[in-house]
Design a protein. Structure first.
Length: 144
């Protein structure tokens, strides 16, 4: 179980670190922000897609372990299933976080910045603590 928790924690911290690293690159003027600010049509389409992705990813990740396939997988395989589905859950939140952060600086549009902040605020709800890992494996294993 400790190995599973360490893998999930590494992924969890990696996505937040990547987002902070991107912010620091742009804020220190190592990368130039607003490169695509004049592309309003592209911004509209990308913003619409990212809004849909972000709004779909948040409830899915927060309720993922209530789905019957996920419960069955974790119940049958234990910590291996938790590692697999925990990784999926972290990636479903981490990718929109990093993409929205990058898109904010490319377009300098607050829409992307707000979506990145909302996703970042959802991260503590999937924090892979040892207690949570043990709880999810024990509870989901007993239900099947």
């Amino acid at each position: 179980m400790r190995k599973t928790r360490n893998i999930l924690m590494t992924e969890f911290v990696a996505f937040i670190s990547i987002a902070v690293f991107v912010v620091s690159l742009y804020e220190c003027d190592i990368l130039i922000g607003g490169v695509l600010a004049a592309e309003k049509n592209a911004e509209f389409v990308i913003a619409a897609v990212m809004e849909l992705v972000t709004l779909a990813a948040i409830p899915l990740t927060l309720r993922m372990f209530k789905l019957s396939n996920v419960k069955r997988s974790i119940g049958n395989t234990g910590s291996l299933g938790l590692c697999k589905w925990g990784t999926v859950r972290i990636f479903l939140l981490g990718l929109p976080l990093v993409l929205n952060t990058i898109l904010y600086y490319l377009f300098m549009s607050t829409t992307f910045g707000y979506m990145a902040i909302i996703v970042l605020l959802c991260f503590p709800f999937i924090f892979p603590s040892m207690g949570r890992c043990n709880y999810e494996v024990s509870i989901l294993g007993k239900q099947e």
